[in-house]
Design a protein around this ligand. Structure first.
Ligand SMILES: Nc1ncnc2c1ncn2[C@@H]1O[C@H](COP(=O)(O)OP(=O)(O)OP(=O)(O)O)[C@@H](O)[C@H]1O
Ligand SMILES: [Mg+2]
Length: 259
């Protein structure tokens, strides 16, 4: 299921503003890739180009290539809605549909895709997705209660269950733990470690310890100043980035001398 993503010469714009310049990187399947860097350097912007969510913002566009297992995701014959089905996303703030039940939240993406699904299959998918998100035991007796009645950490795992219910190949996570307490954060990190057996995962985080704990590869983005575009400074094995990065800017950032 997991896919490899090859990004080459990607320039990302908001109108005439070049927000991220010249990114080339390979994202390996069954691997967690962490993206780090100071605020405003374009991590979220870059992440959203990987599932064509960037272009839903008026005036926003990307130039360059994003190729998933050989298929150009910006090819003229590619349906962006299909791309978003293959590349799921989890956001900074847990965003379950508040009035929907826990079970219906899990099924929301599947329903949006207009898939016909029998009651029995739906129940199986709810259980399987909640198991996958490590939430099943906590909610199995209240599947028909509103998703908004869960704790923040549980809501975030519910959102992960919703994302994996459509069986994506890639999972993008934009600071998924930034609104969570340390226990919930560890639960999500454990989950990420399990999910990488099946998915290609890209996670944006401001937490260096988290990047070091959960990721196999780390990419460092930086920005030269206000109005300048963010750039990928380097990407390498996480152990290399945190012990002996090649670029001084990376060293400065991870050692807290900057940002
Ligand atoms: N919808 C938008 N319209 C115009 N410019 C935007 C939009 N979203 C982001 N930008 C700009 O693009 C640049 C990159 O922003 P982005 O949100 O990708 O940074 P980030 O690295 O995710 O930052 P943070 O760590 O604070 O989340 C910034 O200059 C930002 O102001
Ligand atoms: Mg961001």
């Amino acid at each position: 299921m997991a896919k490899r993503i090859d990004v080459s010469d990607l320039n990302i714009y908001y109108g005439s503003f070049l927000a991220v310049a010249d990114v080339s990187m390979t994202i390996e399947p069954r691997t967690v890739t962490a993206l780090i860097g100071p605020s405003g350097c374009g991590k979220s912007t870059f992440l959203r180009t990987l599932n064509r969510m960037h272009e839903v913002i008026p005036g926003a566009r990307a130039e360059g290539k994003v190729v998933m297992d050989g298929v150009d995701m910006y090819g003229s014959d590619v349906d962006p809605v299909a791309v978003r089905r293959h590349v799921g996303m989890v956001f900074q703030r847990p965003n379950p549909f508040p009035t929907m039940s826990i079970a219906e939240n899990v099924l929301a993406g599947v329903r949006l895709n207009n898939k016909r699904i029998s009651k029995g299959d739906a129940q199986d998918l709810v259980e399987q997705s909640l198991q996958g998100a490590n939430l099943w035991n906590e909610v199995k007796d209240r599947l028909d209660r509103p998703g908004s009645g869960l704790s923040g950490g549980q809501q975030q795992r519910l959102c992960i269950a919703r994302a994996i219910a459509v069986k994506p190949q890639v999972l993008l996570m934009d600071e998924p733990c930034s609104a969570l307490d340390p226990i919930s954060t560890l639960a999500i990190e454990d989950l990420i470690a399990e999910l990488k057996d099946d998915y290609t995962i890209v996670i944006v985080t401001h937490n260096m310890q988290q990047a070091a704990r959960v990721s196999d590869r780390t990419g460092f983005f930086n920005i030269a100043g206000t109005g300048k575009p963010g750039r990928l400074i380097e990407i390498d094995d996480t152990s290399t980035i945190f012990s002996s990065p090649h670029e001084q800017a990376t060293e400065d950032y991870i050692s807290g001398r900057f940002g």
